[in-house]
Design a protein around this ligand. Structure first.
Ligand code: NAG
Ligand code: NAG
Ligand code: NAG
Ligand code: NAG
Ligand code: NAG
Ligand code: NAG
Ligand code: NAG
Length: 332
């Protein structure tokens, strides 16, 4: 009870690890943070190079598409947004929280997890590096989940995104017994905005989705986990995998303001949006110099309202792997 109240008081519960029964490892330790920060810096050159290649590939693709389709926008011969691509890596670690809306049963193997949810189309372009070697990591199952444009998570659609998590728990008569990943709060079997897909031989993967909205007390974020050891059963279910990292990735505040001014996000007026600066988890995720903020560009090179591409490089600390199991939904 005391732990719970401490977390609630700090505004951390919706995000911070209650990783193990008894509440140990509530926050990543300073030594863990320093280690990840060191890894991130060591691989900066490799990250920069990986980002540059992905960027060039997309620019080339866009140029071709534009010529084929009589597009009227100007083709960029020099990538105008190149400067925003960082050499920083988002190094995830197994000890960071999955949050209360983790629900492996609804995680589905697919490259488009939109399922008709309204919102600004977003393609996540994800590069994965082994931080031990600074080399791309192949065949890592990347697992994403986030809320919809008005703050609801699939499988938990009856939990109001506008009610503080503590009040939700209280209404359900759950207080001191709550444990992330253990206490079952799911309300249904919907799967929207949950998906997973493995990296290719270049350590890359893409996921189509929409820009997430926001819910109470948290800034806009996407949950991500990586599994290095996983098996696809003949019936399409994913039977198990080592969890090597858990984390949350974010959107720059300038862009958030632009995007949230558009429908359907702008209709979410019941609560005020929490910014990255106000978000206590964002602080923990960014301390130590590694970078969980996605680099965005407009998909058509012109207007983010028409869709965005988000680049992020995720570093896997292969020396710090947790065994564990997941159980995803069948491929769709
Ligand atoms: C960033 O990566 C590029 C390679 O794309 C490299 O030339 C540059 O030196 C790197 N910068 C830092 C600070 O590591
Ligand atoms: C491109 O323009 C040409 C000539 O104006 C037209 O015949 C063709 O249908 C257009 N193609 C597309 C994809 O709009
Ligand atoms: C988000 O999901 C909730 C729960 O299913 C739904 O009521 C709401 O309409 C969805 N938001 C949008 C913008 O469709
Ligand atoms: C919670 O407990 C109160 C009083 O003990 C009871 O009236 C209420 O129905 C319970 N609510 C739920 C959702 O179980
Ligand atoms: C799919 O196969 C796995 C492994 O054989 C099994 O454990 C699981 O129950 C099966 N799931 C369904 C939905 O048939
Ligand atoms: C967000 O991006 C803008 C434009 O690229 C940049 O000027 C600004 O510094 C960024 N904000 C933060 C908080 O990083
Ligand atoms: C949002 O913040 C503004 C300014 O602080 C405040 O006036 C307003 O009541 C808030 N709205 C909600 C729904 O909390």
């Amino acid at each position: 009870m005391q732990l719970l109240q401490t977390l609630l008081a700090a505004g951390l519960l919706a995000s911070t690890a209650v990783a193990h029964p008894g509440g140990h490892d509530v926050l990543p330790s300073m030594s863990d943070i320093q280690r990840r920060s060191g890894l991130a810096k060591r691989c900066a050159g490799a990250v920069g190079e990986m980002n540059r290649k992905r960027w060039a590939k997309r620019q080339a693709k866009r140029g071709l598409e534009a010529r084929a389709g009589n597009a009227t926008f100007e083709i960029a011969t020099e990538a105008p947004y190149y400067d925003v691509l960082q050499n920083d890596t988002c190094v995830l670690a197994p000890t960071v929280t999955e949050g209360p809306y983790v629900w492996p049963r609804s995680q589905t193997l697919r490259q488009d997890m939109t399922e008709g949810q309204p919102g600004i189309p977003m393609t996540l372009d994800v590069g994965v590096l082994d931080m031990a070697t600074c080399e791309p990591l192949e065949n890592v199952l990347m697992d994403f989940w986030h809320c919809n444009a008005t703050g609801s998570y699939s499988s938990f659609t009856k939990l109001s995104p506008n009610t503080a998590f503590a009040d939700l728990l209280e209404a359900m008569n759950i207080t001191d017994s709550f444990e992330i990943g253990v206490t079952d709060l799911h309300t249904d079997d919907t799967t929207f905005l949950r998906g997973m897909w493995p990296t290719d031989s270049n350590g890359m993967m893409e996921m189509k989705t929409i820009v997430p909205g926001f819910y109470i007390q948290r800034s806009i974020h996407i949950h991500v986990e990586a599994h290095t050891d996983w098996v696809l059963a003949p019936n399409g279910t994913i039977s198990s995998g080592n969890r090597v990292s858990t984390g949350q990735i974010y959107i720059n505040e300038t862009l958030s303001q632009q995007l949230m001014a558009l429908e359907p996000y702008v209709s979410h007026t019941q609560i005020n949006r929490t910014t990255n600066d106000e978000d206590s988890v964002f602080d923990q995720d960014t301390v130590g110099g590694y970078n969980p903020v996605i680099d965005f560009v407009a998909e058509d090179g012109v207007d983010v309202a028409n869709g965005v591409i988000g680049y992020i490089t995720i570093g896997i600390d292969t020396t710090d792997i947790q065994t564990g199991s997941i159980s995803g939904a069948p491929a769709s």
